[in-house]
Unconditional design. Structure first.
Length: 508
């Protein structure tokens, strides 16, 4: 690869009557969204006014997200009322299991132990969660009324956490709705995602997901330092958000935006250190527990490694699984770099972010049901097509049901539930659904005229300083004049100009 002169500068269309680009209405562009809208009166009207009343798109999406989250809480009622406390398999057969109530006593919150500082009894010596998640759990414990039977305390602890996690779900949906300025209704996919309703109160992952979505929003607004700070906080809640710095490095390399990338990295490192350093210094053994637990954890539910191990009958040790996963991630990063530098147009930031997190999910040695939350906002921003999103969500819902029925089968004496072959089929569905969405995103990158976001003449609405920037480092076919982003059979859509540097384009 060699440095190349500028190949493109993309000029986004403008609505001259309003001084801004018109909002994209999914029911006018997406046949599945249009068909689904029949349930509420049909597609958005041609003369309808959007964003002028109290129910703006962002507010509607926030309300829908809270409503769907509440439905997910209702789905947990059998467990809340009795299944968490009476019998092992009932919480599996009702598909309403949650770690939250079980860890209230199991991780010392009921006894007032301080996470990371006080040693626990049992197999786990210290809390095995990242520091910011541990703080979130501790705040919820402070808000949980003490005294009374342990069952009531655990119910209250789950309810307090559910309220805090509901706020995270609303923030997540709003951030996605605001990331692409002229596509706010894409956030409705997040708000309506069945996987969020089903898994958001299993664990605390949605905290990191909401912080990551806020970070992507900040990057889209051209604020790399704020992006870095939020990404650092997200990484202090869960490991996976740090992966977003890899595609951002590749894109800033292609566009020559090194100073902005440096600000993002400094912000992420600084925020992560502010959260972790006090615990790292004052309670080093407790701080290390999350990393030791992740390293030593056995091949577990939902992973491709478990599927291979069960089918071959050969156990895979944690050390081998870690090595295989690392090697596959190295291959994935190399493939991502090749895609970034050789694509006819510079890929959009969220497209690469989705692909790198999906690669981590597919290669990891465990896939807990709530890990689907990591991908939901990135999938919506990378490929905002209702059909593809719903196909993927259907696969994830089937896996969600499959894992609980398999646990019921293995835990019950009468073997009621899903046997091993059925659970393996559920794992395959999850893997194929995620791979399907990856293929669609890669296709959009290689043939940008298929990208639903770019068909309106946009370049990278979530790209911030990358949006409309000139390329300075490319290779392969990207060294040749890039193709049109809008197919010639759509004359009513604005065309994208290539290889020009005329005035009026977005900032470089």
């Amino acid at each position: 690869m060699s440095p190349m002169p500028s190949l493109q500068k993309t000029r986004a269309p403008r609505d001259r009557s309003q001084g801004r680009s018109p909002a994209v209405v999914p029911t006018h562009r997406d046949p599945v969204a249009a068909a689904g809208s029949q349930l509420i009166g049909g597609p958005f009207g041609r003369r309808a006014l959007t964003g002028t009343g109290p129910l703006t798109p962002v507010r509607v999406i926030a309300i829908v997200a809270i409503g769907m989250f509440a439905l997910g809480m209702v789905q947990k009622l059998p467990c809340y009322n009795w299944a968490w406390f009476e019998g092992l398999t009932s919480q599996y057969t009702h598909a309403c299991y949650s770690d939250i109530p079980h860890l209230y006593e199991g991780r010392g919150f009921a006894a007032g132990l301080v996470p990371y500082f006080d040693r626990l009894s049992g197999g786990v010596p210290f809390l095995e969660y990242p520091v910011l998640t541990g703080l979130f759990m501790e705040v919820a414990a402070w808000l949980t009324p003490g005294g009374g039977p342990m069952r009531e305390q655990e119910q209250a602890f789950w309810m307090v956490n559910a309220g805090m996690l509901m706020a995270c779900a609303a923030v997540l949906a709003v951030c996605v709705a605001r990331t692409h300025r002229h596509r706010p209704w894409d956030g409705l996919l997040v708000a309506l995602a069945p996987s969020i309703a089903l898994t958001a109160t299993i664990n605390w992952d949605i905290l990191a997901v909401a912080l990551t979505a806020a970070a992507v929003l900040m990057w889209s607004r051209g604020r790399p330092l704020a992006f870095g700070v939020l990404l650092g906080l997200a990484t202090a809640s869960k490991f996976y958000p740090i992966l977003l710095l890899i595609p951002l490095l590749l894109l800033c390399w292609r566009a020559g935006k090194w100073r902005r990338y440096g600000a993002a990295v400094l912000g992420a490192a600084g925020a992560w250190l502010v959260v972790n350093l006090p615990v790292m210094i004052l309670a080093p053994e407790g701080w290390k527990q999350f990393y030791l637990f992740s390293r030593d954890r056995n091949v577990d539910f939902g992973s491709a490694w478990l599927l291979v191990s069960q089918r071959t009958g050969v156990p895979i040790s944690p050390e081998r699984a870690n090595l295989y996963a690392l090697l596959l991630m190295v291959v994935a990063v190399a493939a991502l770099a090749m895609l970034t530098f050789t694509a006819p147009r510079r890929p959009r930031f969220v497209q690469l972010a989705f692909l790198i997190v999906a690669a981590f999910v597919l290669t990891n040695k465990v896939y807990s049901p709530q890990y689907v939350l990591w991908l939901v906002p990135l999938a919506v921003l990378a490929r905002p097509r209702w059909r593809d999103f719903l196909v993927w969500q259907a696969c994830e819902v089937m896996y969600f049901l499959g894992v609980w029925m398999y646990l019921a089968f293995t835990a019950s004496g009468n073997k009621q539930g899903l046997p091993v072959d059925g659970y393996q089929f559920a794992i395959v569905l999850h893997l194929l659904g995620t791979l399907y969405l990856c293929v669609m995103v890669v296709r959009d990158i290689l043939t940008p005229e298929r990208d639903p976001v770019r068909q309106d003449g946009a370049d990278d609405p979530s790209g911030g300083v990358l949006d409309g920037a000139e390329d300075v480092f490319v290779a392969g076919r990207a060294a040749h004049l890039a193709r049109q982003a809008v197919p010639p059979r759509a004359p009513e859509r604005p065309r994208v100009e290539w290889g020009t540097s005329g005035s009026g384009g977005p900032r470089g």
